[in-house]
Ligand binder design. Structure first.
Ligand code: HEM
Length: 406
């Protein structure tokens, strides 16, 4: 294990090998405000303690979201981003207006439709698993969550939803050898993957333009207003993209991580079967344990100081959920998977004004997936080594084979 000063948190191999928890343990102890040197010569600050990450989330006056949540993830070249038009990449007062405009697709009625659609798909998925004697959770089961969510949210057919999931999976996996052809410039690969998603939604918007009465996310965004004016096409498209990218890989990879955690802790799986009332707190622990959205990016808009370290205006600051969620000062015995953990104030959905607007939908999807598995009465074991995604932003799996044992 190298000294913290030589850790590079942009090194996806660290995450693909599952060695990141050890690196974060040392950073929290030895360099909680860490100046991370990246392979490309750039650098950024990394906050790894719970208290510091939470404080930065809440201090949106100092830490701006205008450059987006992902390091190097501008939507266009030259630093011109979706800033101010995409919810996740906006600051107040614009953020408040956008969040209000985007509220309808995330309200209780839509969450119920997502729940119903995901329930149908995961129950069928479990029956297919039963018939086949197993499956690859990462390929055959977990993607059913975002597929169901997209069908409900955008009113698209199964094949289209599957297509969008493929696009966002490739975008999030732009540094993964299984999901991406690694030749050529990384930034161009990411920009290309983003443009494919953008194009898909541009066509969908064209098809739907004369149906603003439709009761789905596009119809809702066509009817939404910002400062008394309808959203323009770019604003609608950026936010469709935010919904798809924000919701697809997060819920499906959290499912993979949760199933793997239960397979690695069979006594916990048995307990959950015996006491299904523990499911809500088990899901919170799965969210903490997986920390699927590993970090978010901010940029300091004024000079500040954290733990005696000077942060200058313009510095990039990353808030590491995956580390904060294992901070022993907040979570006693943090490396213990404990489905009864209480309190469990994990930061997996972020905090403050940008806290995940899709959290109720995401939690409903996870509830459906794990309820279907528990209700099936099936018992599983791993049928091969899980393969982790090569990403430092979204922590996931490209393969998680399981077989049924009973
Ligand atoms: C387990 C599932 C999920 C996880 C771990 C997750 C994680 C997060 C995190 C950490 C943020 C904060 C970003 C920031 O502060 O910069 C966020 C925001 C957001 N998420 Fe999620 N998310 C999940 C599910 C979803 C779903 C299902 C949707 C949509 C259907 C969604 C859409 C969004 C959007 C639109 C934002 C931006 C909110 C804002 O900036 O005000 N997420 N999510």
């Amino acid at each position: 294990m190298p000294a913290p000063t030589s850790v590079d948190l942009t090194d996806v191999a660290l995450f693909a090998a599952g060695r990141h928890h050890e690196a974060f343990r040392r950073l929290r102890a030895e360099a909680p405000v860490y100046r991370n040197p990246s392979a490309d010569g750039s650098w950024f600050w990394a906050l790894t303690r719970y208290e510091d990450v939470l404080a930065a989330y809440r201090d949106h006056d100092t830490f701006s979201s205008a450059h987006g949540a992902i390091l190097g993830g501008s939507f266009r070249t030259g630093g011109d981003t979706a800033s101010g038009d995409m919810l996740v990449a906006s600051d107040p007062p614009r953020h408040r207006l956008l969040r209000r405009a985007l509220h309808p697709p995330f309200g209780p009625a839509m969450v119920q439709r997502v729940t119903d659609q995901v329930r149908r798909l995961v129950r069928d998925g479990v029956e297919r698993m039963r018939a086949a004697g197993g499956c690859d959770i990462a390929l055959d089961f977990a993607p059913l969550l975002p597929i169901g969510a997209l069908m409900a949210l955008f009113g698209v057919e199964h094949d289209d939803a599957r297509h969008i999931v493929g696009l966002t999976r490739r975008m999030v996996g732009y540094r993964d050898p299984v999901l991406s052809d690694l030749s050529g410039d990384e930034r161009i690969r990411l920009a290309y993957a983003q443009s494919e998603i953008f194009e898909y939604f541009a066509e969908l918007l064209e098809d739907r333009r004369d149906q603003p009465e439709r009761d789905d996310a596009i119809g809702m965004l066509l009817r939404a207003e910002l400062n008394g004016r309808p959203l323009d096409d770019e604003q609608i498209l950026y936010n469709c993209m935010n919904i798809a990218v924000g919701g697809n890989e997060t819920s499906s990879y959290t499912t993979c991580a949760g199933i793997l955690a239960l397979l690695e802790h069979p006594e916990t799986w048995r307990r959950l079967r015996a006491e299904p009332g523990l499911l809500p707190s088990a899901l919170e622990e799965i969210l903490r344990w997986s920390s699927t959205n590993a970090y978010v990016q901010r940029v300091a808009v004024r000079d500040t100081r954290i733990r005696g370290v000077d942060i200058a205006r313009g510095d990039v600051v990353t808030l590491w959920n995956v580390s904060a969620n294992r901070d022993a000062d907040q979570f006693p015995d943090p490396d213990r998977f404990d489905i009864t953990r209480s309190p469990n104030r994990h930061l997996s959905f972020g905090s403050g004004i940008h806290r995940c607007i899709g959290a109720p939908a995401g939690t409903a999807e996870l509830t459906e997936a794990f309820s279907a598995l528990l209700d099936s009465g099936l018992e599983f074991r791993t049928a091969g080594d899980p393969v982790r995604l090569h990403s430092n932003f979204i922590l996931g799996f490209t393969s998680l084979p399981v077989e049924i044992v009973a």
